[in-house]
Design a protein around this ligand. Sequence first.
Ligand SMILES: *[C@@H]1O[C@H](CO)[C@@H](O)[C@H](O)[C@H]1NC(C)=O
Ligand SMILES: *[C@@H]1O[C@H](CO)[C@@H](O)[C@H](O)[C@H]1NC(C)=O
Ligand SMILES: *[C@@H]1O[C@H](CO)[C@@H](O)[C@H](O)[C@H]1NC(C)=O
Ligand SMILES: *[C@@H]1O[C@H](CO)[C@@H](O)[C@H](O)[C@H]1NC(C)=O
Ligand SMILES: *[C@@H]1O[C@H](CO)[C@@H](O)[C@H](O)[C@H]1NC(C)=O
Ligand SMILES: *[C@@H]1O[C@H](CO)[C@@H](O)[C@H](O)[C@H]1NC(C)=O
Ligand SMILES: *[C@@H]1O[C@H](CO)[C@@H](O)[C@H](O)[C@H]1NC(C)=O
Length: 499
Amino acid sequence: MWKLFNAVLLAACCSNLYIHARQMSPSHLKARQQAVMDARRSASSRVTDRKTNSTGPQNITFTNPKASEFYVDGASIPEVTFDVGPSWAGLLPISSSPNETRKLPNIQHLSATLGLTAVPAGLLEENGPFSWSPGTAAPVVNEYSWTNLSSVLWIEQPTGVGFSQGEPNIKGEDDLAAQLVGFLQQFLEIFSELKGKNFYITGESYAGMYVPYIANYIYENPGTVDLNLKGIWIGDPTTSWNVVHTQIPALHFVKKYKNVFAFNSTYMDHLEKKSARCHYTDYFEKHVSYPPKGLLPLPGRSTESDPDCDIWDDIFEAALIINPAFNVYRIFDVLPVLWDVLGFPGSFPNIQSSPLYFDRMDVKEAIHAPVDVNWTECANINVFPQGDNSLPSSLSVLPNVIEKSERSVIVHGLADFVLIAEGTRIAIQNMTWNGKQGFQNPIQSESFLLDGVGSFGNMHSERGLAYVEVSLSGHMVPEYQPQAAFQLMQYLMGFRDSP
Ligand SMILES: *[C@@H]1O[C@H](CO)[C@@H](O)[C@H](O)[C@H]1NC(C)=O
Ligand SMILES: *[C@@H]1O[C@H](CO)[C@@H](O)[C@H](O)[C@H]1NC(C)=O
Ligand SMILES: *[C@@H]1O[C@H](CO)[C@@H](O)[C@H](O)[C@H]1NC(C)=O
Ligand SMILES: *[C@@H]1O[C@H](CO)[C@@H](O)[C@H](O)[C@H]1NC(C)=O
Ligand SMILES: *[C@@H]1O[C@H](CO)[C@@H](O)[C@H](O)[C@H]1NC(C)=O
Ligand SMILES: *[C@@H]1O[C@H](CO)[C@@H](O)[C@H](O)[C@H]1NC(C)=O
Ligand SMILES: *[C@@H]1O[C@H](CO)[C@@H](O)[C@H](O)[C@H]1NC(C)=O
């Protein structure tokens, strides 16, 4: 009798709550959401105002008559119904040689300092003045556009990708850096008002290689580029071996997001055995400490994975059985796979509207892109024809770049499975910069505070390097958590004292 009574009471209580939530009117819900967004907005702009004391970057006019050939009217960008302000776009050669066939496309949005970011997808879906995210009907104003903080130069590189011209011929990251520096020299001849400006280089994913090598090249060849390089920002970056970024932390990641993966217990047992056998499970306990006890070993013999130790692909395949929309770039996604103007919302292509945005004739014309090139987000071409012969950046140039920079930021989305945040923790603990190896003090949980919200991930900063893990973000932090990315750019550029 008591049991039944309890059960009934419980049911009544739950359905009361349920009705209560349902009864909150759509306008009430909308008002609550608005209040949350307003709190974030006002906290965020307070920080900008206090530190910069300005309403944003100032406009620049370019006196070189050639600049006008690149001018893009911000009021006439296809499908964008608002004015995004002036920008400049087009192809520029990577050297001054008159027979130079290799050209890189760029789009530039202006002001006093200059940031550089690697992918044009970034412009449209991550940090540009408007954003058109997967699944949405039309572009909207990006409140957290990095153009509020600085001039931004988006470059599609290396040679071989997107709208770029010429045959790829680079052997490694130093060649890539030399070509990009060649491009910047040509760029500054035309947009010479930007010479001498403070300069920051940013990128994501494999740009964890590109960005440190480009920065290193500039620091080690002073005078080659007339810009004042001050720091770098890399998001969900490749800085170490594949085994470090994907294999060692894979099972721990699955366990942390147990209900998202929703694996059955038989399969979990299989993963536990495999992870233990491959020396992944106890890796953190044995080798990752603050400060580190010495150089960190590989778990086996391979920098990829030993035979029968590829647990990452094992997990990916099983995840696709449970969730056919499983997105390695943001694990929360479920069916349907959202449509995307760039054709690639996540793990799978989804082209519901053809041609892709950058493949439209009106878009190509608007941004002075070559009209005879078919644009795709992921080039079906090997940009390193013989492979990339460079060592991972954390084991080569990254320490020097951090030492020469005023500030460096590594950011990582916590819901990214393509490269896993805990792998970056290993890379950092195995890296020696400014006289010491790794962080000396542990990364405190809940230590990254998002303005107007509170704890939004984990953060640690030592000897010129800030490492930040962002909650609810997949691989592309500026796309998934634009406010966090913006806040970290403010930090990088010295507009705030802590990340
Ligand atoms: C910021 O602006 C205020 C008001 O215009 C002015 O009084 C103040 O001197 C400025 N501070 C700096 C650091 O420029
Ligand atoms: C910069 O130019 C844009 C477009 O012409 C204009 O709307 C904006 O007010 C200008 N900003 C400044 C700070 O002069
Ligand atoms: C351009 O011509 C010069 C001199 O003929 C040659 O050394 C160079 O390799 C050429 N560059 C390209 C990109 O073809
Ligand atoms: C960026 O600038 C736009 C236009 O001035 C403004 O509406 C927006 O609030 C700014 N965003 C931030 C985060 O400062
Ligand atoms: C740690 O660094 C050493 C020396 O650079 C390198 O040989 C080793 O592979 C690195 N270990 C890991 C786990 O990346
Ligand atoms: C458990 O998951 C594995 C891997 O997806 C699958 O092969 C197996 O059939 C599943 N077993 C049950 C009982 O669902
Ligand atoms: C671009 O795609 C069209 C249609 O598929 C094809 O006819 C054309 O040859 C392609 N152009 C290039 C440069 O690949």
